[in-house]
Design a protein. Structure first.
Length: 569
């Protein structure tokens, strides 16, 4: 068969390449996985299994009944998850992130002549078959004027009654909606004002397989969106730069109901073997730093799922809203700084030309807690925008903790930007401190005299006044203690299980830092530890966390790998 798309080969040809360990395919896998032969072998096995599953699943497809399946041309796309070591919850505020790429997700995909999208997974028992027609999933006869508002409306339509939300349905809806997100967004971009398509995105036969845990904070959702977006670009010969693809994927993911940034997508696109990235948005910049020799990252899964389309979505979106409300209030409270406050990251001594004490005075002007009625009274001139933000989540029972959330974001932006210097100078002590302080801002529990008690991350006026007094004391120890980067703030999206794992890790010799990964409310923690002590960390967690709960031991060392790519050999 003639090759119609760059990288397209018959399934049988791909399988032959995979079985030959000296082939160009395996050389490409070595580039992706670095010098880790185990990862390369795992990648080859997963890709082979995906190809074989594709051949079996689509053998009876009437659309291609005239061809034997092994002769049909497919392309192979690979995506990854990410572990963000620092810069949590701030990418959408203009803050930086410091991730490594981990794990993998494979897609074998074949273009169709119609607009039917068939999505199947090697693990069919966990991810049921899905299908949809692109033309039927978008509004008939009109263009979507506001993608954000349309996504809100679509989410409301999909939102089931709590009594009907069965786990099996949740898994199915979750994975298929991320596929729909990418496909529908790219078709939306090519839709005319009258609703007709300027360019029709081709339907696809798709087979997926990955080992990125779901709802674990490793961005399996963004990995899936990027995987599908990359396939769409290749199959439809779209001329889209990497930076634009990342932005499109971020907007596309709003379809599932969350309102995050694009840093996860950037990490997936730009990751390199044995490398930590430093990524900043608005505008997008990417720096690469070698992973420090002598240290490992241990990833420990709490096995508590953080499902973004259900309960965790409210926690996630309510805090994003608190950020937005806080910045609106700061612009209003301090008009002399308003022109400089484009993003929350701009509440910064260098940006505003002020000292740290002034930042604390600025933060002190924010309400410690506010109800929706309070917010509308404080921001009457932003009524429409405020109501739009309310739509993304249910009303928090205890109100919006605007002050502590914004202080977390302000300080975390500073912490995240300290990472490259720490790594380049070998200051691993500070690197670890930064990670631990970041997690302290997420804590819901802490250890006091061997007992686990609720954590208090509030910042009443008296606490901020004390920090100002420390800065003005002239005493070096007090001034250092009151530094902005040392303030945890209070984002509070951890769980007791995550806090326990972090505390177990920190108590282990050789550990320099530990904290949750991702949006919180479940999932994983990451531990940075000296190589020789990595096994001890895992053993301690097995003895103290997993076995007492009759859970499988889901803690292991992860290695930074290369990012998103279509396999071209």
């Amino acid at each position: 068969m003639a090759v119609e798309i760059p990288g397209q080969r018959p399934v049988s040809s791909w399988i032959e390449l995979l079985k030959d360990t000296g082939s160009a395919f395996h050389k490409r896998l070595s580039q992706i996985c670095g010098d880790n032969d185990d990862l390369r072998t795992e990648a080859a096995e997963m890709c082979l299994r995906t190809l074989q599953a594709f051949a079996k699943a689509y053998d009876s497809d009437r659309h291609h009944a005239r061809l034997r399946q092994e002769d049909r041309g497919v392309i192979i796309v690979r995506s990854i998850g990410r572990v963000n070591l620092l810069g949590t919850h701030i990418d959408h505020r203009g803050g930086s992130v410091n991730p490594i790429g981990v794990k993998q997700m494979w897609l074998v995909v074949q273009p169709r002549d119609d607009d039917l999208v068939l999505a199947k997974n090697v693990e069919a028992g966990r991810f049921p078959n899905e299908q949809f027609r692109i033309s039927q999933a978008l509004p008939a006869g009109k263009k979507i004027r506001n993608w954000d508002a349309w996504c809100h409306d679509e989410f409301a339509k999909r939102k089931p009654h709590p009594a009907s939300l069965l786990p099996s349905k949740t898994a199915a809806a979750t994975w298929s909606n991320y596929i729909r997100a990418a496909v529908l967004y790219f078709q939306h971009l090519s839709t005319k004002n009258d609703g007709t398509f300027a360019r029709t995105i081709k339907g696809m036969n798709m087979m997926f397989y990955g080992n990125i845990p779901r709802a674990a904070g490793l961005s399996s959702s963004s990995a899936l969106v990027m995987l599908v977006a990359e396939a769409i670009v290749r199959i439809n010969d779209l001329n889209i730069e990497r930076a634009d693809l990342i932005e499109h994927a971020g907007f596309a993911e709003w379809y599932v109901g969350t309102r995050g940034g694009c840093s996860d997508h950037a990490a997936i696109a730009f990751s390199k073997p044995n490398t930590i990235l430093h990524i900043t948005a608005f505008p997008l910049t990417v720096d690469s730093i070698p992973f420090p020799a002598g240290y490992s990252v241990v990833l420990a899964n709490s096995l508590v799922e953080a499902e973004k389309q259900t309960g965790a979505r409210n926690a996630f979106n309510s805090r994003v809203a608190a950020y937005e409300f806080g910045l609106m209030m700061l612009r209003k409270n301090f008009p002399q700084y308003a022109d400089k406050l484009e993003h929350l990251r701009d509440v910064n001594p260098q940006k505003l030309g002020v000292d740290q004490a002034e930042i604390y005075r600025i933060v002190k002007s924010l309400p410690a807690s506010a109800s929706r009625e309070d917010i509308l009274k404080l921001l009457p001139e932003h009524k429409q925008q405020v109501h739009h933000l309310f739509r993304s989540h249910d009303q928090p029972e205890q109100g919006y903790h605007i002050r502590q959330i914004c202080l977390y974001g302000i300080a975390e932006c500073i912490r995240a930007d300290m990472i490259p210097q720490c790594l380049r100078t070998g200051d691993m002590k500070t690197f670890g401190q930064l990670i631990c302080i970041s997690h302290d801002g997420d804590r819901v529990t802490k250890l006091v005299d061997g007992k686990r008690v609720p954590a208090d991350n509030s910042y009443p006026a008296a606490r901020l006044d004390a920090l100002i007094a420390d800065l003005q004391s002239g005493i070096p120890q007090r001034i250092s203690r009151a530094s902005l980067w040392r303030q945890s703030g209070g984002y509070n999206v951890s769980l007791p299980q995550l806090d326990m794992l972090v505390d177990m890790a920190i108590a282990t010799p050789g550990v320099i830092g530990a904290g949750l990964v991702g949006a919180g409310m479940g999932g994983c923690i990451a531990v940075v530890v000296e190589d020789k002590h990595a096994r001890r960390v895992i053993e301690n967690m097995a003895e103290q966390y997993y076995r007492p709960r009759n859970l499988p031991v889901e803690a292991h060392v992860v290695t930074a790998v290369g990012g998103l790519c279509t396999i071209d050999v």
